[in-house]
Design a protein around this ligand. Structure first.
Ligand SMILES: NC(=O)c1ccc[n+]([C@@H]2O[C@H](COP(=O)([O-])OP(=O)(O)OC[C@H]3O[C@@H](n4cnc5c(N)ncnc54)[C@H](O)[C@@H]3O)[C@@H](O)[C@H]2O)c1
Length: 459
């Protein structure tokens, strides 16, 4: 049997499922694409003009395909679409487990498993089930065993097709991916999915591997990316005490073609829903195979990131705390809350840990972000001691310090000459992303502290 993919269902209309299916539908107008989610509010938003996630270019892609060959539906309506589908993507969340065996490290597969039960209950004929979610290696076995409960005569192929898009550049990453990875057992099934991607991705960029290699490759890719951030962040601390400049060091190091320039920007720390959870998953898997040294090696990448966030919060606190170390009565402007620019996603944003640490020491905060809502900020920080500003200007009112936590380009061009009128002379501005116009901040009579730049730069 040579499967063909004409009807696709994707379970999970999140940051991955929504944009990925929108691009598939956009590039393949003859393929019928249904995205289903049990979160009805999210589905309603996908069907409105106010999409549930912010991603540059997404609205245009959705508006071209929605109502033509792309639809977003709730779970009850989704069952019939699963029955008719040739291929069903599972693109639900796989967060770190919070209870039970492996709590705090292992990936929680309950959402994936519930999708597998849903597919087993509704699929007919032959269906290709595709892991789009990031899974622990060998997770396909769990899906297979659930699918085995389907009615007699209903058959499946299982593929692992992990997603490598980055939030903020998701549409570009989907339209021009470095590679598409398809892991599987039966070449016919791999070919059927590859035939979808090669409609717009050069065939040489569609890689195929075994199932376990595909599952593991996604975890390893994120671990390597996170490791680069922790590596340069560790050097940022060394730069601050020695007077070296981390941007100069990164530039020199990155020109080595064996190393390359990407992901060498020192910052307040990495965030997002994936890096830490995927590292923890890799650590848990290594531990469960008795590879304690491997686990300890990757744990250090997580620990360094936690340390960098604490370090940055303490750097902000140092010049403004009272003699007892308290920040009571100190108001701090937080510029940027999203975990990176061009997204409204706040999952695991370093701003959460930095802000919580400052709040715990008694500070009050006034937070600004271009895409994150006041509700999303208070969901993370609570309402006590936290205000939300609608502009950077508004955030600077009566503050003892200013901290930039997200690299929104608009912060790089702030007019510090004008803004300084709202601040006391020598107010400290902490640049957690090294994006501010340092000369302009200093010319305005303010004191600038940057990640990875030591005292010599302050003179
Ligand atoms: N966000 C990223 O940048 C990114 C990048 C690559 C891979 N991934 C991986 O992709 C997966 C999804 O991530 P995301 O960021 O899109 O998550 P998300 O939380 O934004 O979306 C997941 C969606 O799945 C829905 N869902 C959960 N269980 C369901 C069920 N049984 N039936 C129907 N819908 C269900 C949720 O309601 C939610 O809307 C994760 O495994 C993640 O690790 C994420």
């Amino acid at each position: 049997m040579k499967p063909l993919v004409n009807k696709i269902v994707c379970i999970g209309a999140g940051y991955v499922g929504g944009p990925t299916m929108a691009v598939i539908a956009d590039r393949c107008p003859d393929i019928d694409v249904t995205v289903l989610d049990l979160n009805e509010a999210r589905i309603a938003a996908w069907n409105s003009e106010e999409l549930p996630i912010y991603e540059p270019g997404l609205a245009a892609v959705v508006s071209r395909a929605r109502g033509r060959n792309l639809r977003f539906v709730g779970q009850p309506e989704g069952a019939a679409h699963v029955a008719a589908a040739d291929a069903v993507f599972i693109s639900v969340n796989t967060p770190t487990k919070t209870e039970g065996e492996g709590a705090g490290k292992a990936s929680d597969l309950r959402y994936v498993e519930s999708c597998a039960h849903f597919i087993a209950a509704h699929a007919t004929g032959h269906t290709i089930v595709i892991e789009k979610s990031t899974m622990p290696v060998r997770a396909a076995n769990r899906i297979k065993s659930i699918l085995a409960s389907a009615r007699p005569g209903v058959t499946f192929d299982i593929l692992s097709n992990p997603e490598f898009l980055a939030e903020g550049t998701a549409i570009r990453d989907l339209e021009q991916p470095d590679r598409v990875l398809i892991g599987g057992e039966r070449p016919e099934a791999i070919q059927a999915l590859a035939a979808v991607y090669t409609r717009w991705v050069p065939a040489a960029r569609v890689l195929s591997t075994g199932l376990w290699s595909a599952e593991l490759s996604k975890l390893v890719a994120n671990a390597f990316l996170a490791q680069r951030v922790s590596s340069i962040n560790s050097i940022s601390a060394l730069c601050e005490v020695t007077g070296a400049d981390v941007e100069e060091v990164a530039e020199v190091v990155g020109t080595d073609s064996r190393i390359g320039p990407k992901f060498l920007r020192a910052s307040v720390g990495f965030g997002g829903s994936c890096f830490q959870k995927d590292l923890l998953s890799l650590i848990y898997i290594s531990e469960s195979y008795g590879l304690t040294e491997v686990a300890a090696y990757w744990q250090q990448v997580v620990d360094l990131n936690q340390w960098q966030k604490r370090r940055f919060a303490d750097l902000i606190a140092a010049p403004i705390a009272d003699d007892a170390g308290s920040l009571r009565g100190r108001r701090i402007a937080i510029l940027g809350f999203a975990f990176k620019k061009d997204t409204n996603d706040v999952r695991e944003t370093p701003a959460i840990d930095v802000c919580r640490r400052l709040l715990a020491r008694g500070a009050s905060l006034i937070v600004h972000d271009y895409k994150v809502t006041a509700e999303a900020v208070s969901a993370e920080l609570g309402a006590r001691g936290v205000e939300f500003a609608l502009s950077p200007e508004e955030a600077l009112k009566d503050v003892a310090a200013v901290a930039v936590l997200t690299e929104w380009p608009a912060y790089a061009t702030l007019d510090w000459g004008r803004l300084s009128a709202r601040l006391k002379p020598r107010t400290v501005v902490f640049d957690g992303r090294n994006i501010l116009d340092a000369a302009a901040v200093r010319r305005a009579g303010l004191f600038l502290r940057c990640i990875g730049k030591g005292a010599p730069h302050d003179r």
